[in-house]
Design a protein around this ligand. Structure first.
Ligand code: ATP
Ligand code: MG
Length: 417
């Protein structure tokens, strides 16, 4: 046995699991395209500053979880822990503002140095969408509607609950922040070590703490909604009205703040109770200040990212059937010349888009058994006769019926076989 295994927190996506990933990815792409989104792909690493500036130094993703290294040219490089920062960096450096609004989707691996467990990996996959250049509350609704349609299409919508909250505009956040600090400061020594640090740098994050004692302490903390400006209240009301109109069920969760620094107004998470502690399967929100933080002009933005590893796991737990690929036509032959002919004919059919499987080894009976096991419906049987000529038959595996045919007929009637 080789001494090498995949690195802790990474895994091989073997064909069955990768099939689930592919199905989820493609369904998401199709949905995103139906909503007018276009695909973008950014590099999997960026200058470290792209993430440090955008996600905020106090976010877990940056403070504890990044894969950062100095490359041979002396540059500090970070493997992307999420997709939004790179997309917004591209928006700025590629001058995409002239095409606003930009409706973009992406897919790919993300990297976070986390404690690996089920549903939590160090290399994991996200599908994400971003709308840049739209300040409208109905854009948030459109993004949420896309998420809901996607979850419905992969049969997981009824396993997920949409939790939603608002962080308000900058002014509201500032007022709330002050109130929260006032409430938490006398309790500082009782807070977890992480939350004590957050109290100075980003107190809102304490609401999101996973620490049980922190959770108790914030129970009676002031609530965001008491500090919202009129404009922020209206924005949130418009988002909720949009969801009501579209009949998308949701639950307001006043404690939902999300882990990253850049969010404002709407924040949301689709969560499930079926995956233990790793319950968030899709999460996002509005980030109107992000482009400016990265040196661009002020650009409103909203989007979400969904963890494909967790969705795939859910489809497994829930026994959700994957669409079956079309069964191939089996080629089963007897005699060297016949085997060669099967390779030639299968190649021709494959080029016309017909899926074929050639059974090359074992005796005739074994080949038939293998084809049966694969569940094929039709087979081309080729027999080499004593005089060297070839006999070709089509076998219908459902009825057992065999019909003599010709090479030409096989080639021409690929689609009718
Ligand atoms: P969590 O609370 O589970 O740590 P998060 O808030 O850090 O999630 P986001 O940054 O919002 O996650 O990423 C969006 C989605 O990506 C999550 O909802 C989740 O489905 C998925 N995700 C995040 N981190 C991981 C990971 N380490 N392994 C697998 N999936 C992940
Ligand atoms: Mg996390």
């Amino acid at each position: 046995m080789s001494k090498y295994q995949s690195v802790r927190g990474t895994r091989d996506l073997l064909p069955d699991l990768k099939g689930r990933f592919r199905y989820i990815e493609q369904t998401a792409f199709q949905c995103a395209q139906n909503y007018g989104f276009k695909e973008i792909e950014t590099p999997i690493f960026e200058f470290s500053d792209v993430f440090h500036r955008s996600l905020g130094e106090t976010s877990d993703a940056v403070s504890k979880e990044t894969y950062t290294f100095t490359d041979r040219g002396g540059e500090s490089i970070t493997l992307r822990p999420e997709g939004t920062a790179g997309v917004v960096r591209a928006y700025i450096s590629e001058g995409l503002a002239q095409h606003n609004p930009n409706k973009l989707y992406y897919y790919g691996p993300m990297f976070r140095y986390e404690r690996p467990q089920k549903g939590r990996y160090r290399q994991f996959y996200q599908i994400g969408v971003e709308v840049l250049g739209m300040e409208n509350a109905l854009t948030d609704v459109e993004c949420l509607d896309l998420a809901w349609t996607f979850l419905k299409k992969i049969n997981l919508a009824d396993k997920c609950t949409l939790e939603i909250n608002t962080l308000g505009d900058q002014e509201s956040r500032e007022k709330y922040r002050e109130a929260l600090v006032k409430y938490l400061t006398p309790l500082k020594t009782q807070l977890s070590e992480d939350s004590q640090k957050r109290l100075e740098k980003n107190p809102l994050r304490i609401l999101d703490s996973k620490d049980e004692n922190d959770k108790k302490l914030v129970q009676s903390a002031p609530k965001m909604d008491e500090y919202l400006s009129e404009a922020s209240k209206k924005f949130f009301a418009d988002v909720l009205a949009g969801l009501d109109t579209l009949k998308i069920p949701y639950k307001i969760n006043p404690k939902l703040v999300r882990g990253l620094d850049y969010y404002c107004h709407t924040v949301f998470e689709f969560v499930t109770t079926e995956l233990g502690a790793q319950g968030a399967v899709l999460a996002g929100g509005r980030y109107d200040g992000l482009a400016e933080t990265l040196g661009g002009t002020k650009t409103p933005g909203v989007g979400w990212a969904s963890g494909v590893d967790r969705l795939a796991e859910l489809t497994l737990i829930k026994n959700i059937e994957m669409p079956q690929a079309e069964k191939p036509i089996a080629f089963i032959s007897l005699g060297d010349k016949a085997v060669l002919k099967s390779v030639q004919l299968a190649s021709q059919l494959r080029q016309t888009g017909t899926s074929c499987e050639i059974f090359m080894t074992g005796n005739f009976k074994k080949k038939m058994e293998k084809a049966n096991k694969l569940g094929v419906e039709k087979a081309i049987l080729i027999f080499e006769q004593d005089d060297g000529s070839l006999e070709i038959k089509i076998k219908n595996f459902t009825t057992g019926e065999e019909t003599v045919t010709t090479e030409e007929a096989v080639k021409c009637q690929a689609t009718k076989l």
